[in-house]
Design a protein around this ligand. Structure first.
Ligand code: ZN
Length: 541
């Protein structure tokens, strides 16, 4: 029997559809659950997501759509996918770097226990059979230049359509994918490559050696000049997902800063850019001496940062966390995890703790400190998409609020109202922190800045994490403010009016490292006076 030859141009799309549909039962099950359970009304979403994946897969497959290349590649994919899909559905496994490690480093006897007839069936039915069909399939390839042109066209068109579709579905997809990170370990066969890549990276990674930084750091002249021998305390508050434009201190129409507005000693910096648009970049970046342009993940991890320099200068440093850890910047200082619910704490419910939990026991810590103290408080802040979970009932001033992770079910107004309430709670939290420092009665300061901003539907974007170059201002402009007790600014000769006069100038996370050292009169060669925003405002007495 003679089967008509199939034109090669159709192969990527056909293969992509088969991969997306035949091997991804676990993925689609989780995806449906992540988007609020199966509903007929969600049908356009399922179809859209499916089409999106088919387009991306077929775009990539088009790159290998050449005679004597496409079939072997596809057959490898089919075989890999059949095994992967079997283990995912049989054992509920997800495919990540540790999984690959298990497979590679397991012994024959252990592997034998995983071998059963179901696996054989799966490999025969979903691996060998389709592979054999693919092998036998008569395909008609045109001349090479034509193929190159056609494949390039398929690649470009597929990705273009995929981007358009992503734009349409972003509001629904972004929260689902963010809240269910396991999804990317379930999508077959990309999970296999991602996991293998992660495994190899881990295997070949050289152990990080942390280079010391600012070991020359010492308390400067002003520490000994003034007669005062009183200890000092500085609190650095690292905010989460707070964007500058929703602070009434920065001109927002809603009064989200009723408490901070009362603080006459507060300096609010109104034009501050973040280093990244995600916690994993901004937090290590803001505590490193590298600027945004010089920042790289591995570079920051292999050198000490601000907290180490402060330690070298003789400060006691503590990191208190109500977030997901300090991303390596507090590795060599005391760490207190305050994010786990504690029965009996007024600031926690069964699931999580509000940020006020970070202040529990802090007055005692300040009183009992043996040295000058620097405490970092890492907030949960306005972490989304569940903004309404970030504040206690008393702070639901704006409304009605969105009470679901599925942002597409809420209006922009309801999403923004919940977000604004979380800012209102941060205002209260910062007010409470200042009150606590006043109570302490020693020279004290509080330096607050957020890690990045958030999109709340502007330009159809939500959440954060956009590539910096293309990121909207909403994700990049962060609040930053400074409070100092009178005794603190006097001791370190800081002219608050001078700072206030400079507060509208453009600053960024690049300034934090050098300014903290400047504020605390730490002398070290690693402080760059040009990036120290206190430098022009220190009055030599
Ligand atoms: Zn963040």
């Amino acid at each position: 029997m003679k089967i008509p030859r199939i034109r090669s141009d159709f192969l990527p799309l056909a293969a992509a559809s088969f991969l997306v549909l035949a091997y991804n039962a676990s993925f689609w099950r989780t995806f449906t659950a992540a988007t609020g359970g199966f509903r007929a009304g969600n049908l356009p979403l399922y179809l859209g997501a499916c089409l999106l994946l088919v387009l991306v897969f077929s775009g990539v497959l088009a790159l290998v759509n050449y005679r004597r290349l496409f079939k072997p590649v596809l057959i490898v994919l089919l075989l890999l996918s059949s095994v992967t899909a079997h283990f995912m559905s049989q054992y509920g496994l997800v495919v990540d770097a540790s999984m690959v490690q298990n497979v590679v480093e397991t012994d024959v006897r252990e592997a034998g226990e995983l071998f059963n007839w179901k696996l054989v069936q799966a490999v025969v039915l979903f691996g060998l059979l389709p592979s054999w069909l693919v092998w036998r399939l008569p395909v008609q390839y045109g001349p090479l230049p034509r193929s190159i042109l056609a494949n390039g066209g398929v690649f470009a068109m597929s990705l273009l359509l995929a981007v358009g579709l992503l734009f349409l579905l972003f509001k629904t997809l972004a929260p689902a994918v963010r809240e269910h990170r396991e999804l990317r370990f379930m999508l077959t066969p990309t999970n296999v490559f991602q996991a293998a890549n992660g495994y190899l990276k881990r295997k070949w990674a050289t152990p990080t050696v942390v280079a010391p930084l600012g070991t020359d750091a010492a308390k400067g002249r002003l520490w000994s000049a003034a007669g005062s021998m009183q200890r000092t305390v500085t609190i650095i508050v690292v905010g989460e997902t707070a964007r500058a434009m929703n602070f009434s201190l920065n001109g927002y129409e809603r009064n989200t800063n009723p408490e901070l507005a009362q603080e006459r000693s507060l300096v609010n910096f109104s034009n501050v850019a973040s280093c990244g648009t995600a916690t994993a970049i901004s937090v290590p970046c803001v505590f490193s001496d590298l600027t945004r342009k010089g920042y790289a993940d591995d570079k920051a991890r292999s050198r000490e940062g601000l907290l180490d320099v402060l330690r070298h200068a003789g400060f006691e440093v503590v990191w208190r966390d109500n977030n997901s850890g300090c991303k390596g910047v507090c590795d060599r200082v005391r760490f207190e995890d305050m994010s786990q619910p504690v029965p009996g704490s007024p600031d926690c419910n069964e699931e999580e703790c509000y940020d006020a939990r970070l202040l529990e026991g802090l007055p005692e810590m300040i009183r009992n400190a043996g040295q000058d103290l620097v405490v970092v408080l890492h907030q949960k802040g306005s972490h989304g998409p569940a903004y309404w979970k970030r504040y206690p009932a008393g702070f639901g001033k704006f409304g009605p609020v969105c009470r679901t992770n599925e942002l597409e079910q809420c209006s922009r107004e309801a999403i923004t109202a919940a977000y604004d309430n979380s800012i209102l709670y941060t205002d209260h939290f910062l007010g409470k922190t200042i009150a606590l420092l006043k109570e302490a009665g020693i020279p004290a300061s509080m330096f607050y800045f957020s890690d990045h901003g958030e999109s709340l539907g502007e330009k159809s974007m939500y959440l954060h994490g956009a590539p910096y170059m293309f990121s909207p201002e909403e994700q990049r402009k962060v609040p930053m403010m400074l409070w100092m007790s009178d005794s603190f600014s006097q001791r370190f000769h800081i002219d608050r009016n001078c700072l206030a006069a400079r507060s509208g100038q453009p600053f960024s996370h690049d300034n934090v490292f050098h300014s903290t050292l400047g504020m605390l009169n730490v002398s070290t060669a690693v402080r760059n006076p040009k990036l120290d925003l206190f430098q022009p405002c220190i009055r030599d007495a």
